[in-house]
Design a protein around this ligand. Structure first.
Ligand code: PRP
Length: 188
C-alpha cells in the first residue's frame, strides 16, 4: 500500500484496503455457493472494470461456474455516466434457460446495469442475479436490481481494483479516492 509507487500517484486516500476487499469477497462467494447449490451459473463480467473482482470472486467460489464477458461503453465525460450505452463486445455463450450472474465492479447511476439487464432479460435466461462490488449511496442507483453488494460507498470518484481514471489505476490492489488535483489535470 505504498502511495509513492507510480501506480498510486494521484491517490488521496485508500477507501477499502486489500484485506477488507478479499475478506468481503470470500463472504460473497460463500453466499453464492449456497444460493446456487448444484446449479452452474454463467458469470457475466462487465469489461473492463469488473475483471479484477470477477477473477477473485470466481476463485473464491467452490461450485462449478462458466464465465463470459460483455464490454459496454458509456459516452460522455470521463468521470460521469451519460446514460447512453453501446455494446462493444457481446457474449459468446447462449443464455436462454441459463442462470446468469452479472458481475459489476460499481453501480453509480445504475444506467449501465439497467441497460444490460434489459438486453440480457430479452434473451430469456432462467434467472438473472446481480452482484456488484461497490454501490454508490445515491437515489438514482436505488431502483436498479442489485442482489448482492460488497460495499456501499459515498458519492466520490473512486479508482483501483479494476476502476479507472482515464484508463489508469485499474491495477491498484485497493479501492481509493483520487486527489481532486488529479481529476482537474487534463493529462493525469
Ligand atoms: C463503469 C463501471 C460500470 C459503470 C457504472 O464502466 O464499470 O459498468 O461505469 O456506472 P453507472 O452505474 O453510472 O452506469 P465504464 O463505462 O467506465 O467502463 P470500464 O468498466 O471499462 O471502466
Amino acid at each position: 500500500m505504498n502511495l509513492d509507487q507510480p501506480r498510486g500517484r494521484g491517490v488521496a486516500r485508500i477507501l477499502i484496503d486489500e484485506e477488507r476487499l478479499q475478506a468481503r469477497i470470500r463472504e460473497m462467494a460463500a453466499e453464492l455457493d449456497a444460493h446456487y447449490g448444484k446449479d452452474e451459473p454463467l458469470l457475466v463480467g462487465v469489461l473492463n472494470g469488473a475483471v479484477t473482482f470477477m477473477t477473485d470472486l470466481m476463485r473464491a467460489m467452490s461450485i462449478h461456474v462458466v464465465i463470459d464477458f460483455m464490454a459496454v461503453s458509456s459516452y460522455g465525460a470521463s468521470t460521469k455516466s451519460s446514460g447512453v450505452v453501446r455494446i462493444l463486445k457481446d457474449l459468446g455463450e447462449e443464455i436462454e434457460g441459463r442462470r446468469l450472474l452479472v458481475v459489476e465492479d460499481i453501480v453509480d447511476s445504475g444506467l449501465t446495469l439497467q441497460y444490460l439487464l434489459d438486453v440480457l432479460g430479452r434473451r430469456n435466461p432462467k434467472d438473472i442475479r446481480v452482484v456488484a462490488l461497490l454501490k454508490k449511496v445515491k437515489a438514482e442507483a436505488a431502483s436498479v436490481q442489485v442482489d448482492q453488494v460488497g460495499f456501499t460507498i459515498p458519492d466520490e470518484f473512486v479508482v483501483g481494483y479494476g476502476l479507472d481514471y482515464a484508463g489508469r489505476y485499474r491495477n491498484l490492489p485497493y479501492v481509493a479516492v483520487l486527489d481532486p488535483a488529479t481529476l482537474n489535470e487534463t493529462e493525469p
